[in-house]
Design a protein around this ligand. Structure first.
Ligand code: NAP
Ligand code: MG
Length: 495
């Protein structure tokens, strides 16, 4: 199987990603079938991956089950923590190569891969590496009547939920995989990871590093393939105990439905239509800069993209002008080109979708910047700013997942609170104001998993991340996340 137009030092990991890792062995699909891997910066095929399906999922789940009850059950909490620390160190040692693979596969600019995707992944591994030795149960005094016998000694145990299926999107593959792998392993589970069909490259290398870290074979399995084949097989599998998913709302709902067969545990990190609110009294220069990052960072292919910008009337013209100037100044280009500030979108199909929202914005409002395709070859679009939108426009309601910002003026705090909450989603929100009372009123009033004040989107391995409403179920990157990977068992002993 050939690989095309791939830098020399990435050829080995790109070749590796043509196979799947099952029970410690790198294998092809039984059918021998493959799927193309595209370079979004050129629109050309760069390699292939194995088209895994139910047969490979069966084998991977069996390998995960065997590791769970076998070698992995013999590993002490301290050793588990050390293995995660070792993996963090290996990811760090290989971070430039992993960043290049991400950039090649996703099209993300190198600076995003280098300064966001990889460093955050390393932090998450270190954060969870500290947990295995601190997962404890309780002893609980009980009050059974004396004529029930006794005395009693009651306690709880927190046990791994079992075999975890992790289904990963394409926007930040390594980070999204690590957000699931680190807590799953810290709590003693085993897993099968399925990357998005668009972006297998860096996760294959991550799976190789898992073995190098001394994590036993079969603890982490890596199966490529389409959502409708490999993904569905995992979600429906009777021997999978939990699914953890990041991606679209529709797929999240399909997964929740499909998981009812054996009532697997489900956690979902889905989309957003996050409001970003600037009051008149804010530091407008910082707010405009952050508003640009919030929507144009990652080409808007981010679940927390600040896609609805609400600006108080007195600052509206200044902010609109500032954000349009920012949009016009962004250098759009290939991910691996160090000077690119915004890369291409993930696929031709996704670009069509984003362009259709730009057209809708033109129809329902006014285009202030961008509004079309950019560059040549790859799936590039222009950073786009829309305003004067019909309040009922789908542009204001649906997740576009591209660099398309809608700017809307408002007058009062009450009005903007209602506008911000008038959405099916509740993932991120930003508020810019110097009024401390308003800061806390807004933080309480916004229905959203994250509220950032006088900043936008700082995330941390120790901070809960997740959504209200249709933005999902559960929280990642935090101590509460551990419970989603654990069963709680009550033991009562008559003494
Ligand atoms: P998607 O369908 O949600 O895909 C995410 C993952 O789920 C992929 O690994 C996909 O596999 C898999 N999958 C798809 N259907 C499945 C099923 N029925 N059962 C099990 N797994 C399944 O997302 P997409 O089609 O790539 O992108 C569509 C939209 O999703 C975007 O425009 C954006 O709005 C949203 N999105 C959100 C996030 C986020 O971070 N929350 C990330 C990416 C996309 P395949 O890729 O192999 O089909
Ligand atoms: Mg898909």
């Amino acid at each position: 199987m050939t690989i095309i137009d791939v830098p020399e030092d990435l050829r080995a990991p790109v070749t590796l990603a043509q196979k799947m890792l099952i029970g410690g062995e790198w294998v092809d699909a039984v059918s021998g079938e493959t799927l193309d891997v595209f370079n979004p910066s050129t629109g050309q095929v760069l390699s292939t991956q194995s088209a895994g399906g139910p047969a490979e999922v069966d084998r991977a789940v069996a390998a995960a089950r065997a590791a769970l009850t076998g070698p992995w059950s013999q590993v002490t909490p301290m050793q588990r923590g050390r293995m995660l620390t070792k993996l963090a160190e290996l990811v760090e040692q290989n971070s430039e190569q992993l960043a290049q693979l991400e950039s090649l596969d996703v099209g993300m600019p190198m600076m995003e891969a280098r300064y966001i995707d990889l460093p955050f992944s390393i932090d998450i591994l270190h954060y969870y590496a500290g947990w295995p030795t601190k997962i404890t149960g309780d002893t609980i005094p009980v009050s059974f009547p004396h004529n029930f016998g006794g005395p009693y000694h009651a306690y709880t145990r927190r046990e791994p939920v079992g075999v975890v299926a992790a289904i990963i999107p394409w926007n930040l593959p390594v980070m999204m995989a690590v957000k699931k792998l680190a807590p799953a392993l810290a709590t003693g589970n085993t897993m099968v990871i399925k990357p998005a069909e668009q972006t297998p490259l860096a996760i294959a290398r991550l799976a190789e590093l898992v073995l190098e870290a001394g994590i036993p074979e079969g603890v982490v399995n890596y199966v490529t393939g389409l959502g409708e084949t490999a993904g569905v097989a995992l979600v429906e599998h009777p021997d999978v105990n939990k699914v953890t998913f990041t991606g679209s709302v529709d797929t999240g709902k399909a997964i929740a439905r499909a998981a009812t067969g054996n009532l697997k545990r489900v956690s979902l990190e889905l989309g957003g239509k996050s409001p970003h609110i600037i009051f008149d009294d804010a530091d407008l220069e910082s707010a405009v800069f952050a508003a640009g990052m919030a929507i144009f960072g990652g080409a808007g292919e981010s679940c927390i993209a600040g896609s609805r910008l609400y600006v108080q009337r007195g600052a509206y013209e200044t902010v609109l002008e500032g954000i349009a100037a920012r949009a016009n100044s962004i250098k759009v280009g290939p991910g691996l080109d160090d000077s690119s500030e915004m890369g291409p979108l993930i696929s031709a199909e996704h670009r069509e979708k984003v362009l259709s929202y730009m057209d809708l914005g033109r129809q329902d409002g006014r285009v202030v910047a961008g509004g079309g395709t950019a560059g040549e070859g790859g799936y590039f679009v222009e950073p786009t700013v829309l305003t004067d939108l019909d309040p009922t426009s789908r542009v204001l309601r649906e997740e576009i997942f591209g660099p398309v910002l809608s700017v809307v003026p408002f007058d009062t705090e009450e009005e903007v609170t209602a506008l911000a909450n008038d959405t099916d989603f509740g993932l991120g929100a930003g508020v810019w104001t110097k009024d401390v009372g308003r800061v806390h009123r807004m933080a309480a009033a916004i229905e959203s998993g994250q509220v950032w004040v006088n900043c936008y989107q700082p995330v941390d391995a120790a901070l809960p991340f997740g959504g209200y409403k249709q933005s999902g179920w559960g929280r990642e990157t935090c101590k509460e996340n551990l419970d989603e990977y654990l069963e709680l068992k009550t033991v009562v002993v008559q003494l």
